[in-house]
Write a protein that binds this ligand. Sequence first.
Ligand SMILES: [Zn+2]
Length: 218
Amino acid sequence: MNPLKHWLAPTCRSRAPILRQLPSQSIFLTFDDGPCPELTPLLLELLSELKVRATFFVVAKTAAKYPALLQRILSDGHALGSHSLDHRYGAFFSSEGVLQTWIQESFDLLHSLVPKTEMVGFRPPAGVVTPPLRRVLSEMKIPLILWNRRSYDAVWGLSQARALRHAKQWRPGDIVLLHDRQRLRHQKDFVNSVHSMIQNAQKNGLSFLPLSTDLTWQ
Ligand SMILES: [Zn+2]
C-alpha cells in the first residue's frame, strides 16, 4: 500500500509532499482552531493519560490570548503548526503579497510566544487551497498540511458511535482532522469520543505521532 495516498486531502494530491519516512502503524491526530481555555486542557490531560502525542494547528491570535496553553502543548511533547493569523478568509481574495504577509504574521506571532519552536507547517482555514496559496507557501518554504480523515466534529459534535465508525477507517499514514474548539454542549462528548477512538486504534496496533518537518517536505 502506498502511504502517500492517505497523506493528502484530494485538493492537494496534485503536488504531493514527499513522505520521507513513515514509522509503521503510525497515524497523526491533528487539532485545529484552538487553543480553547476549556477544551484544550481536557484534551491535553487525555492525551497524556493515553501517552499519545498529536499536532495542534493553532490560530495565532487565539494562541496569543492563552500563551500558557501554548507552552503546555509543547511541554507535553505535541507539535505546533499555524492555522492562520485569525481564521479569516479575506487574504485569499487579496494579492499574493497580502496573503504572504498574513501567513508570515501568524508565524511571527507564534514565534514571539514560543521562540525557537519548529512549526510543522500551515493549514489554511477550512482547508481552502488556491494556486496563489500554493505558490506563496512554496516560496516561503512552508509545508502545506491538510488531512485525509475528517468527521465534521466542529459542526455536529462527535458522538461515541460516530467516533468509533470513524476510527475504524483509520489506516497507517492517515492525518486525522479534529478540533479542540467545540460548542460547549459538545465538549464532554468530544473528549469521551476521542478517548474511545484512541483506545480502539491502540487496540488495533496503531500508534500516534506528532507531525514534523522530518516527515514532510514538498
Ligand atoms: Zn479551522
